[in-house]
Design a protein around this ligand. Structure first.
Ligand code: SF4
Length: 64
């Protein structure tokens, strides 16, 4: 399992801006809850899932 940033640097910069704006909460979600703090619960679970391959919801990270 390997997790890396999206190869698209513009996308990464945009999402990082969003994270700065929200104070670390997922910029693609409305709710400011603990589970939506980056790295969010959804992607943490996807990282643990041996069958999951792909981007996190915001496309900041990619897991293969
Ligand atoms: S979807 Fe990606 S960028 Fe958004 S909180 Fe989860 S891990 Fe972070």
């Amino acid at each position: 399992m390997a997790v890396r940033l999206n190869d698209d640097k513009e996308m990464v910069a945009m999402i990082r801006e969003g994270l700065k704006r929200t104070g670390g909460y997922c910029p693609c979600r409305l709710e400011r809850t603990e589970e939506n703090k980056c790295i969010c619960k959804e992607f943490r679970e996807q990282m643990e899932d041996p069958d999951f391959k792909g981007f996190c919801h915001c496309m900041l990270y990619y897991k293969d």
